[in-house]
Design a protein around this ligand. Structure first.
Ligand SMILES: Cc1ncc(COP(=O)(O)O)c(C=O)c1O
Length: 418
């Protein structure tokens, strides 16, 4: 694509963009009476205007039906988790029986580690990335200790090489191979929250299986952002939150994927509860948990209807816009941001997100050796919402459903004037 660093070019791109009108379907925070430009969808996606009505529907049905809402609400609550399997299966690339929603990310990570991290005295190690999101670090650390191992013995962290900012895939593969006798689980981020690096999930999963271990991924920054084929890549399990690119709202219900070779087998170990029990038998009060033969067999408690309604409304937008279109726009928008940043010669910064387009999603992380904080403050003062992470990193995530080429140009325009 031949890009141009001009406002007229950016505006022309917006005119040609078939998803441009989706911007109007979202609420924007205000700055000086105007919509901000919002590049923080990698932290918390914006609220779709349809969310209010979706939540109101459930409030009305609760008001009007009481307990009968479980069967007679417009969207019967008994089956609420089922409404997500179709849209989410397209987004994460799996079969409908392999995906469900419940709890939130870290809780689901713990629950799936109970299923998939089954250490023995010889095979007990977990390979993860150094600098993983804190909650993932805490989850892995406490699981390892819970199973009676020391973190020093059981956790292997892979870091970027000296002088580099991102992890080389070859280093991940060679670490797996070097620990083939003792690794139980490879647990990595799909996209690293700090650098924006997208893992090569397919090759990592292959190497993990060759070593006789389980491959699990935290897709917090990948779900709804990049192309995934969890089933075909043979990934064992994955978890994600729904409040970033999926726009489900703060603390929205999390998602999880379990490959059907485990999901269809009710004897796969797990912690059970009535919502994961076979629906036929649920009220017969018989002894014995019988898991549903799909990912919903990991559900434990009653579906959290008010929390889930916003995600349901948001996924309807994904369905209507088409995830293929969303991904195509996302690539172009991020490529355009990269192109514009490359035109700036006099401000000193480094794009630490990989330049290889297959190794990133909608986020570019910019490392400023100096003035990072100042630049961040100037962006905020100009109504451009980006976030700042020490030391000196500004993360810019042009989410394609509500960001435009002109938005990206405005960011460039302020940065180049620095
Ligand atoms: C990569 C990653 N993992 C885990 C979490 C924690 O998610 P939760 O608070 O929903 O458990 C986050 C939250 O932003 C995240 O970005």
């Amino acid at each position: 694509m031949n890009f141009e660093a001009s406002l007229a070019f950016a505006q022309q791109k917006d005119k040609e963009d078939k998803l441009a009108s989706y911007k109007e379907q979202f609420f924007f925070p205000q700055k000086d009476g105007k919509d901000v430009i919002y590049f923080c969808g990698n932290s918390l996606g914006l609220q779709a205007k349809s969310v209010q009505e979706a939540v109101q529907q459930e409030l009305d049905d609760w008001k009007n039906f009481g307990i009968a809402g479980f069967l007679h609400a417009k969207n019967p609550w008994m089956y609420y988790q089922e409404y997500f399997t179709q849209p989410l299966s397209k987004i994460v690339g799996c079969k409908q029986n392999e995906v469900t929603v419940m709890n939130s990310l870290t809780v689901n990570l713990h629950l799936l580690m109970l299923t998939f991290y089954r250490p023995t005295s010889s095979r007990f190690k977990i390979i993860m990335e150094a600098g993983a999101f804190p909650s993932d670090q805490y989850a892995v650390e406490t699981q390892v200790k819970h199973r009676g191992f020391s973190t020093d013995d059981a956790i292997i962290e892979i870091a970027p090489r000296e002088g580099e900012k991102t992890i080389r895939n070859e280093d991940i593969i060679s670490t797996i191979e070097a620990n083939a006798e003792s690794v139980a689980l490879v647990m990595l981020g799909g996209i690293n929250y700090y650098t924006g690096q997208l893992s090569d999930i397919k090759s990592i999963t292959e190497a993990t299986h060759k070593a006789g271990a389980i491959a699990g991924f935290d897709l917090a920054h990948a779900a709804g952002n990049v192309h995934l084929e969890l089933h075909d890549w043979n990934v064992d399990f994955a978890v994600w939150c729904s409040y970033k690119y999926l726009n489900g709202g703060p603390g929205a219900v999390g998602g999880l994927y379990v490959h059907e070779k485990y999901a269809s087998d009710p004897s796969t170990p797990r912690f059970g509860g009535w919502w994961g029990n076979d629906e036929e038998g649920r009220f017969k009060m018989k002894k014995g948990f019988v898991a549903k033969p799909n990912a919903s067999g990991w559900n434990i408690s009653t579906a959290q209807i008010l929390n889930m309604a916003s995600l349901k409304a948001s996924l309807e937008i994904f369905e209507e816009a088409g995830f293929e279109n969303i991904k195509a726009k996302s690539k172009e928008l991020t490529d355009y941001l990269e192109f514009l940043l490359q035109q700036i010669k006099h401000v000193s910064f480094e794009i630490i997100t990989p330049s290889n387009k297959e190794s990133r999603g909608a986020q570019l992380s910019l490392y400023f050796k100096e003035k990072g904080k100042e630049i961040h403050e100037k962006m905020i003062a100009n109504g451009i919402v980006v976030d700042y992470r020490e030391p000196g990193v500004i993360r810019v995530a042009p989410a394609p459903l509500y960001c435009s080429f002109e938005d990206v140009y405005r960011f460039y325009d302020i940065l180049r004037a620095f």
